[in-house]
Design a protein around this ligand. Structure first.
Ligand code: G
Ligand code: G
Ligand code: MN
Ligand code: NA
Length: 251
């Protein structure tokens, strides 16, 4: 089984790749949006995790056509949820290679326009890998994206070279606290202190905070008491096929 070759075939034929959608809720538990998460249903190997094939795609440039497909697909699905009388948001993961493409801003512009969605309903999740390459050119491109009207989020915050000082320099709307910090929130006082500090700084800077990987009532209580803005995790819902999400919207 040649992963690289078969991934190339899958994206060229636009088959076997699919998006799952995981619910995101506010402090009252109301559904506010979803994160698009890529899945590869391999005919012989079964479901292959993006944790396995995204790194290969990154190394081989396949991430570029894949990323473009994900963006367009997610925007179209979002347009589809509108018929269900919900103004949901859609979060899309953007890899560093994808972000640093010369025409990335125009790709985003086209995807939003072709789907006919309000740009502020699309959130681009950038990992810290995007940021460390070259702060100056990164900030310039972020401003161009903000001029389109889309929202920008820093994903997996806390795992890399993250610094809260970025938030002062970058036009970021949201920060996603990595689930490794949420996991032991009720037992590890260091994690609890870190999460508190992030929430406090973000409130001052008017950056919205989304907690990832919320699995328990205790975690939810801790975060809610400290006025975390958004919540995502198995406690609220697993990533699910678009059909299932539409059904859960209930009309
Ligand atoms: O859904 P899951 O937890 O298996 O995802 C594993 C990893 O793959 C996560 O880090 C997630 O951000 C990443 N991922 C999922 N979908 C996409 C995508 O469409 N593009 C990129 N670049 N990464 C994705
Ligand atoms: O890196 P990123 O945040 O984009 O990846 C999100 C990944 O986290 C998805 O692959 C998703 O399947 C996974 N995930 C989402 N919620 C939970 C959770 O509550 N617990 C765990 N362990 N993983 C989660
Ligand atoms: Mn993400
Ligand atoms: Na993450």
């Amino acid at each position: 089984f040649n992963l690289e070759r078969e991934l190339k075939q899958a994206i060229e034929a636009e088959r076997d790749l699919t998006l799952y959608y995981q619910p995101q809720v506010d402090a009252s538990g109301r559904l506010t949006g979803t994160e698009a998460l890529l899945r590869w249903r391999h005919p012989g190997q079964g479901m292959i995790s993006p944790a396995v094939f995204i790194p290969v795609a990154e190394d081989t440039s396949l991430i570029l056509p894949i990323g473009r497909w994900v963006l367009r697909q997610a925007c179209h699905f979002l347009a589809h949820t509108d018929t269900h009388k919900h103004a949901l948001r859609m979060s899309v993961n953007v890899s560093p290679r994808q972000f640093h493409q010369a025409d990335f801003v125009s790709q985003v512009h086209q995807a939003v326009r072709d789907a006919g969605i309000p740009p502020e309903r699309l959130t681009l999740e950038l990992t810290e890998g995007v940021v460390i390459e070259d702060i100056q050119s990164t900030v310039l491109k972020m401003r161009e994206l903000k001029d389109l009207g889309v929202r920008l989020s820093i994903d997996d915050f806390g795992t890399g070279y993250s610094s809260l000082s970025y938030l002062k320099r970058m036009p970021v709307d949201e920060l996603k606290i990595d689930r490794s910090f949420i996991q032991d929130l009720s037992t590890d006082s260091n994690d609890a202190a870190l999460v508190e500090a992030i929430l406090s700084v973000c409130r001052h800077l008017r950056v919205s905070v989304m907690a990832e990987g919320v699995e328990t009532e205790e975690q939810l209580h801790f975060l809610r008491a400290r006025r975390c803005d958004g919540y995502q995790g198995y406690y609220f819902g697993m990533p699910m096929p678009g059909e299932t999400l539409l059904q859960s919207l209930g009309d």
